[in-house]
Write a protein that binds this ligand. Sequence first.
Ligand SMILES: NC(=O)C1=CN([C@@H]2O[C@H](COP(=O)(O)OP(=O)(O)OC[C@H]3O[C@@H](n4cnc5c(N)ncnc54)[C@H](OP(=O)(O)O)[C@@H]3O)[C@@H](O)[C@H]2O)C=CC1
Ligand SMILES: O=C(O)[C@@H]1CCC=N1
Length: 264
Amino acid sequence: MSNILFIGSGHMSEAIIRALIKNKVYKPQNILVNDIVKSRLDYLQLTYGVTPSEKIVNADIIVLGVRPQDAWSDIVQQFKTNKIIIISIIAGVTIAQIKASLTVDIPVIRTIPNTLTDTGFGYSGIATDVNDQAVARQRSVTQFFNSFGKLEYIDESLLDIFTGYAVAGPNYIYYFYESLVDAGVLVGLSRDMAKRIAIENLHGAACMLQTSQKHPRQLLDINNSPAGVGIHSLYELNNSDFAAGLQRSVRAGVIRTVELGKKQ
Ligand SMILES: NC(=O)C1=CN([C@@H]2O[C@H](COP(=O)(O)OP(=O)(O)OC[C@H]3O[C@@H](n4cnc5c(N)ncnc54)[C@H](OP(=O)(O)O)[C@@H]3O)[C@@H](O)[C@H]2O)C=CC1
Ligand SMILES: O=C(O)[C@@H]1CCC=N1
């Protein structure tokens, strides 16, 4: 079996490692982890049985899991063989930037993975340059990507937008859920009951949007009788900055992604 090395083994790498093991794409012993934090390596070894690697070694696939602000450029300069494939999960940093730091011609695939790996939901974006497209179709690479949710192969020019909208996406939902649960508590429900109701409505409303073929406005209409409860509560939401606040938030995520990529 081929092996894979994660350099920078934080939250996102861990979510991918969990998916790789769960979906039997790699055995734990074929997953090598490198991080500057030794306790992180101990934790990953103990939790998943993966192999810690305090030095950067060669592997069939090398996942760059450090942050855009970290020394990714110094890391990639250490690769001296073109027998590896680099998969970068670093937000904002382009394939051209990574290739410019390489001293050997190594294929680079850029992905922006979604932390929803445990659920099978959530889109991850993938981009390659034309020269590396054949490499991206290799069995080991396809298996790697297929293990963590749904995939969208996109042009690299869309990847930063995809990051702010799709991959930061669970944030908007978590925050909405938290605010909704607080609203339930505010009007007098126990937190437990407010949570159960909110999660059920989230699932149910998502199902309606997916299966009913109806525009959200039509669904809102069904849910609001004349002079009734729903339209009164929506009136307040309309009066708030809710929609524009959400849209500004997504735009800020996209802008920050671009900004982070320019830092090095
Ligand atoms: N979390 C998410 O939802 C997503 C994250 N990403 C991308 O994944 C990458 C990692 O994010 P995330 O996992 O959340 O971040 P974390 O901070 O959890 O993980 C990064 C890890 O890399 C370590 N590190 C830093 N520099 C080096 C180095 N030179 N060599 C080895 N290890 C190093 C860090 O150590 P220390 O903390 O000591 O610096 C840390 O343990 C980022 O580029 C992010 O853009 C992409 C999609 C989604
Ligand atoms: O904040 C982050 O670094 C990651 C990238 C996209 C969403 N979260």
